[in-house]
Design a protein around this ligand. Structure first.
Ligand SMILES: C[S@@+](CC[C@H](N)C(=O)[O-])C[C@H]1O[C@@H](n2cnc3c(N)ncnc32)[C@H](O)[C@@H]1O
Length: 297
């Protein structure tokens, strides 16, 4: 460039970046930076993974790709849909997942603790049973299956619609033999089942935060976000009941987002252990014994 129409892939990325910035789009659905969002949009239009884009920066896209970039940019700005929905894909823990507005765009910090090929700090590498409660697209369940290769994983959600997306992702990732989507309101259909590890990213957005959400977030299912007055409507029952579903040495890993402050304020006598992640400290970690005090109502 800098004057005239974008020519190379690099020009297109910079052009899209400027337009997105000028339109004040809200981020947070897979990117936290406008340059990254622009690169993802261009790579999506080209049909390649965002990580592969650097190899193509000097190439000149043809008319069809250029038209797709323009169309995606226009929809992103006009509709304020997350780019993930426009592309039908999200990237989580380095892998591609199918998404649509039946599920939130996966972005849980729990992904950081599920490295592929072992080395997860969450549990013994040889554990055999995992529950991903509130699974949505199934991304955490599938990442957990990769991080713990000997484990069978139950992927639970109350939303039949979300589970349809999870089923597609399980197939996409060749995990049908290890990841099992189940419809259940929290633990209600899991009677008698115990797990070495429970991971969960439940809805935890408070009423006040829901009212302030940018338009992008309003395209996501309310059921996936809204956690009641203080965000704790599901978090607290989950903490109270998790113990019944953990093996003797089992662990619970629960993301609570900004409702962490409300949780600590409501239970000032509880000791909390928050895992340090790159973005925030809002993923709690409990051994089964730590959950004694939470049992009951
Ligand atoms: C924050 S989303 C998390 C989705 C996915 N784990 C992720 O990180 O991308 C919360 C999910 O919880 C599900 N959910 C809401 N209430 C539930 C309940 N009572 N029992 C089970 N799942 C529930 C929603 O349908 C939604 O898919």
């Amino acid at each position: 460039m800098p004057y005239g129409a974008p020519r190379t892939v690099r020009d297109h990325v910079l052009f899209v970046e400027r337009r997105l910035k000028a339109a004040h789009v809200a981020l947070g659905h897979g990117t936290g930076d406008v340059r990254d969002e622009a690169a993802w949009l261009v790579s999506g239009a080209m049909g390649i993974a965002p990580g592969a884009l650097t190899r193509h920066l000097a190439s000149v896209p043809g008319r069809a790709i250029t038209a797709r970039i323009r169309a995606l940019l226009a929809s992103r700005i006009r509709t304020r849909q997350p780019l993930a929905y426009l592309l039908g894909e999200a990237w989580f823990a380095g892998r591609r997942y199918i998404v649509d507005p039946r599920v939130i765009v996966p972005r849980s910090l729990i992904g950081e603790f599920l490295p592929e090929g072992g080395g997860s700090p969450l549990a013994d590498p040889d554990i055999t049973s995992i529950l991903d409660l509130c699974t949505g697209s199934g991304a955490i369940a599938i990442a957990a299956a990769r991080a713990f290769p000997k484990a069978q994983v139950d992927a639970v959600d109350i939303s039949e619609d979300a589970l349809k997306v999870a089923v597609r992702n399980v197939r996409l990732h060749g995990m049908s033999g290890r990841v099992h989507p189940i419809a259940s309101d929290l633990f209600s259909r899991l009677e008698g089942r115990r797990y070495d590890l429970i991971v969960s990213n439940p809805p935890y957005v408070s009423e006040a935060e829901m009212a302030e959400l940018p338009r992008e977030y309003r395209h996501e299912p309310t059921l996936a976000l809204a956690g009641g007055t203080d965000g704790l409507d599901l978090v607290v029952p989950l903490l109270r009941r998790a113990r019944e579903h953990l093996t003797a040495d089992g662990r619970l890993v629960l993301e609570v987002g900004a409702s962490r402050a409300a949780l600590e304020a409501r239970f000032p006598d509880q000791a909390f252990l928050w895992l340090a992640s790159l973005a925030d400290e809002c993923v709690g970690y409990w051994h089964r014994q730590d959950l004694e005090d939470w049992a009951g109502d």
